[in-house]
Design a binder for this molecule. Structure first.
Ligand SMILES: Cc1cc2nc3c(=O)[nH]c(=O)nc-3n(C[C@H](O)[C@H](O)[C@H](O)COP(=O)(O)OP(=O)(O)OC[C@H]3O[C@@H](n4cnc5c(N)ncnc54)[C@H](O)[C@@H]3O)c2cc1C
Length: 639
């Protein structure tokens, strides 16, 4: 018997959300004051949700490990945020945004959730504009847009190459307003380590105060995880170094099922690794491919300066292979195409693992000033990191780990399989299938945070109005705190010789080599074995400097890494189970003669949902069958 109930409303796709909203229970203003909500995370999703819930009158306790909520990883988002406004009059619509996402996700996402995102996206732009987010505008004052991968319209709103920062500042201001009103209380510099369940419901958390090392308890009537993704399992990724899936994994161990963990996006355009001392990679936004052309030399091993290679000697391989979408094919396709060229010996740069992203034609046609206006900060970033001037020579780029489509399984109300525990933003799995289209994460996080969770959570909380304050002085909190203390003592007592940083680097290499852009059964089995061996070594030879009573980043990292080993194994298991290629999950055994992903809809048209069954035990697989009633499931083509 399946335990999954996705709660997708009946009725026509375009009416599901409206009808559902109308049927959700409400909580009166007087009762909202009696209810506490814990929010883990202050990125676009968490900050938007906390501000909205605060404005509605709930008491919201907001946690993040940064010193300020506005430093959440979302600040890094560059290129833009999608909405189906059709301001360009290019025949865009809610349906087209929905369809692009379903197709972009290689027909592995839920129709109802994706449609809702597309529908709500327009309200998000209005909300952000009202908050003062400085989106780029036309001369006459209208908001302007640009294109992103996998679409043939122009629906991406942007603030130069720093859209995430501006969107986050909008929600941060809203959050600060609620803080001043007293509905939101901020708890920065906290690392959430345990979810506390009482009578099967999420009732609180245990976290470590990162400044003084105190272990603290907090209770609430509902807990929301907006804790972001786990792309840092590759060590080198575009994510902030301290991003991790540890919070989501703690929830998984407490009964929240984990969906599609192997669906990880590798972004095609990042500055290639420059040396062995790097601990992260830098993204060069997909928006650059609006004007930048991707190419490699036609001749193998051609080491000439790119400016000496004539147009006839260049292989604009994306334009050649995918004429309909050209340089703006989706990320999974662009990444694999770059890998294919480099593996075949046509790559550029010292290592041969890079391709060119060239703006010379765009600069000739539009002028340097226009290009600078669109992408100035990204060009400066590139110049500072590489010492090369992208206005006068092409950028060098290569794919890197970027985003996790997989995450905590949630139903249509964004609730996990633990009653009262919700997951929003990148932390959940729900909207991107096997591949996310660019500029749709800020959209999803903002939709979840501003306009979906604030309504759906009321449906649950309406039954909690008589619960009263929840005490933290209970056996459940005692046990959770004990578990946290044991975990910390255990790591501190190892006193080995190898830092968590070094272990992380080794884990990243294993994951990249065996469960990265291309996967196969033997490699995955080998990867599983290697991760387990490395984890054993970690528990024998980990070295943590400092103590537990002060700021200790080496302890923080070790705690995150302990979860990363387990997430990595779950990810590999999921990749082994899915004997097909779809989106970013490319199993080499399953490909078309042209090297494209070959899906197996008959056997794998489902969300793979994993249940934790105990330490050292195999997780249990549940399947949420995907039903497509509004799109024709086809072989994805961008030709
Ligand atoms: C370089 C880069 C550029 C991008 N550009 C775009 C773009 O242009 N458009 C787009 O749509 N998407 C973009 N993305 C993706 C997008 O930025 C992210 O998916 C999105 O911002 C995630 O938001 P979030 O709110 O879910 O989580 P995050 O912003 O990752 O926030 C996570 C929050 O959870 C908190 N947290 C996590 N674990 C714990 C814990 N254990 N205890 C306490 N707090 C915890 C953190 O402190 C943080 O506040 C980009 C991503 C990168 C890396």
């Amino acid at each position: 018997m399946t335990v999954l109930n996705s709660k997708i409303p009946d009725g026509p796709l375009s009416e599901k959300w409206t009808n559902h909203k109308n049927s959700l229970k409400l909580v009166s203003p007087a009762n909202k004051k009696k209810l506490d909500i814990i929010m883990i995370g202050t990125g676009v999703a968490g900050a938007a949700a906390a501000a909205s819930l605060g404005e509605m009158g709930y008491n919201v306790k907001v946690f993040c490990y940064q010193d300020s909520p506005r430093r959440a990883h979302s600040v890094a988002a560059q290129g833009g945020i999608n909405a189906a406004k059709n301001y360009r009059n290019d025949n865009d619509s809610v349906y087209r945004l929905f369809y692009d996402m379903i197709k972009g996700g290689d027909f592995r996402a839920r129709e109802a959730n994706v449609y809702r995102d597309a529908e709500v996206s327009n309200a998000v732009i209005d909300q952000l504009v009202a908050q003062g987010v400085p989106f780029a505008r036309e001369y006459g004052g209208d908001l302007t847009t640009r294109s992103f991968g996998g679409v043939q319209v122009s629906r991406t709103f942007y603030a130069q190459g720093q859209t995430g920062q501006q969107v986050l500042l909008g929600s941060y201001n809203a959050l600060k307003r609620q803080e001043a009103k007293g509905t939101v209380k901020m708890y920065p510099r906290r690392q959430m380590l345990e979810i506390v369940k009482i009578d099967g419901k999420a009732r609180g958390i245990v976290c470590r105060n990162l400044i003084n090392g105190e272990i603290e308890r907090y209770s609430a009537h509902a807990v929301v995880l907006a804790s972001g993704g786990y792309g840092t399992i590759y060590f080198l990724s575009t994510l902030a170094v301290n991003s991790s899936g540890a919070a989501a994994y703690a929830a998984y161990k407490k009964g929240a099922f984990f969906a599609n963990p192997s669906f990880i996006q590798i972004h095609p355009s990042c500055i290639p690794q420059l040396n062995d001392y790097q601990s992260k990679l830098t993204l060069m936004s997909e928006s650059l491919r609006n004007d930048g052309r991707v190419w490699v030399p036609k001749g193998k091993g051609d080491k000439r300066h790119p400016n000496e290679i004539s147009a006839e000697e260049r292989d604009y391989y994306l334009e050649r292979r995918y004429p309909a979408f050209g340089n703006l094919v989706p990320r999974d396709i662009a990444s694999r195409a770059a890998k294919e060229r480099c593996d075949a010996g046509f790559g550029v740069g010292e290592t041969g693992y890079a391709v060119y992203l060239d703006f010379s034609d765009a600069i000739k046609a539009q002028g340097k000033k226009t290009i600078k206006n669109k992408y100035g900060n990204l060009f400066d970033l590139y110049n500072k990191i590489t010492g090369e001037d992208p206005y006068t020579q092409p950028m060098k780029i290569y794919p890197a780990g970027h985003y996790t489509m997989g995450g905590l399984w949630v139903d249509y109300n964004l609730m996990t399989t633990v009653p009262g525990l919700y997951a929003i933003g990148e932390a959940n799995f729900s909207d991107h299938g096997a591949n996310r289209l660019g500029a749709s994460s800020l959209m999803q996080g903002s939709c979840d945070g501003y306009f979906i969770l604030p309504y759906t959570i009321g449906d649950y909380l309406a039954d909690e109005i008589n619960t009263g304050k929840i005490s933290t002085d209970t056996t459940e909190f005692d046990l959770a705190e004990k578990e946290v203390k044991n975990k910390i003592d255990n790591l501190m007592s190892i006193k080995g010789n190898t830092s968590a940083h070094t272990f992380h680097k080794k884990l990243g290499k294993i994951m990249w080599d065996y469960c990265g852009m291309a996967r196969n059964e033997n490699g995955l089995l080998k990867g599983l074995e290697e991760v387990t061996k490395l984890e054993e070594e970690f528990y024998k030879d980990l070295k943590i400097t400092g103590d537990t009573k002060t700021i200790n980043q080496s302890l923080e990292r070790a705690l995150r890494l302990a979860a990363s080993f387990e997430i990595s194994r779950l990810l590999i298991r999921d990749a082994l189970n899915r004997k097909e290629s779809c989106g970013a999950h490319f199993r080499e055994e399953y490909q078309t003669p042209e090297g494209e992903a070959l899906r197996n809809d008959e056997d794998y048209s489902y969300v793979a949902v994993w249940e934790y069954t105990g330490d050292g035990k195999e997780p249990k697989l549940h399947k949420e069958q995907l039903v497509y009633e509004n799109v024709k499931v086809t072989q994805r083509s961008y030709k």
